[in-house]
Write a protein that binds this ligand. Sequence first.
Ligand code: ADP
Ligand code: MG
Length: 239
Amino acid sequence: MLLKVTDLDISYGSKATVAGANIELNKGEILSIVGESGSGKTTVIRAIMGCLPGNGRVSGGDIVFDGKSLLDNTPEEWRQMCGTEISMIFQDSGNMINPIRRIGEQFVDYILTHAPQTSRQEAYQMAIRMLDDVRLPNPDNVMRSYPFELSGGMRQRVGIAMAMTFSPKLLLADEPTSALDVLSKMKLLDLLSKLHQEENMAILFVTHDISVAEHLAQKVVVMKEGQIVESGPAHQVLR
Ligand code: ADP
Ligand code: MG
């Protein structure tokens, strides 16, 4: 078992928002959390990411990754784990990327932060390989671009390329396709299944779009009003 969420309670201030959530994810599995807006999907995945917004906090239960509770993680332990054990992508990776620096500088810095022994030249080549892996045409050009010069779909690919650089065991994503048009969405889903197959990486992603879950997920968890109301194999739950 790669990730085990047990009886998780989450509150914002004194307001209990998520109650008794249980999620199990094995190595290499893809699980989707689906549910209507406001049901607590983002709250659950942000708790797993260790970054609940505002005054959110885990008030009960446990989140165990690779045999160790993430709730005990110090900021330093998170820093070491992020990108190498667990990676995250967001709705529009444009948000994570600094708008006023070229993609190449940011990507190279990202690699050097996690692998300080690497030379700038090696890091550049690594970045190019990753951009190529996520099927971005003309990676050299992408490296020279500013984020605003890329489409939303391309920025999302850059975000995935960065997230995948150190072959994490788990990729977490909150609504990775919702800022994309239909074509970019389908392309992104194909890319994620390809990366999943090649790297045997587990993916846990949130979506309000059933068709996205259908396309990608093996297991589905349905949330409603802060609770998990259904879970199981995707074909069973989504039918
Ligand atoms: P979803 O991602 O399924 O749309 P969220 O997890 O964002 O749902 O929200 C679940 C509930 O938690 C909602 O009632 C929302 O108002 C509340 N909530 C979300 N973020 C915060 C926050 N930062 N502070 C207080 N309440 C929040
Ligand atoms: Mg949400």
